[in-house]
Ligand binder design. Structure first.
Ligand code: SF4
Ligand code: SF4
Length: 129
């Protein structure tokens, strides 16, 4: 789950090591886009075995994991009520009231809001972003 590299408690590597991973991922994305533009489509992860690994090693594990965290989203006082988190949450889990964001209990730990908040005001497992 590369999105979760922003939540400090989940970091298994240093911030610098994570920056390098993100830079390498960006390069891979750019190369893949160029290949697609040239008619070469990526085939990683579409094999049946890959689906099984993804299902048991990631999705089912995360479904179980998220059920314990769905109401744990913390939004600090640095929230300025811009509404970005509310717009991008796929679960419609964040509302803006009186210029402040507040979360419900439908979070699936996708980390979109945490990664994109301009104020770094949202955390889930860690205390800082
Ligand atoms: S994106 Fe951040 S600053 Fe904007 S409303 Fe959400 S929590 Fe507040
Ligand atoms: S982590 Fe994802 S699902 Fe949870 S509140 Fe943020 S955007 Fe919504």
């Amino acid at each position: 789950m590369p999105d979760s590299v922003c939540d400090s408690k989940l970091l298994k590597k240093t911030v610098e090591e994570n920056r390098k991973i993100v830079i390498e991922a960006d390069k891979k994305i750019e190369k893949t886009v160029q290949n697609i533009q040239n008619g070469i489509y990526p085939k990683e992860g579409i094999h049946f075995v890959s689906h099984m690994i993804g299902l048991f090693g990631q999705r089912l594990w995360f479904y179980h994991k998220t059920s314990h965290y769905s109401d744990q989203l913390k939004i600090s006082d640095s929230c300025v009520g811009c509404g970005l988190c509310s717009q991008i949450c796929p679960m419609k889990n964040i509302q803006i009231n009186n210029q402040k964001a507040s979360a419900g209990n439908r979070c699936t730990m996708c980390y979109r809001c945490i990664s994109r908040c301009p104020q770094k005001a949202i955390t889930l497992i860690g205390d800082t972003v």
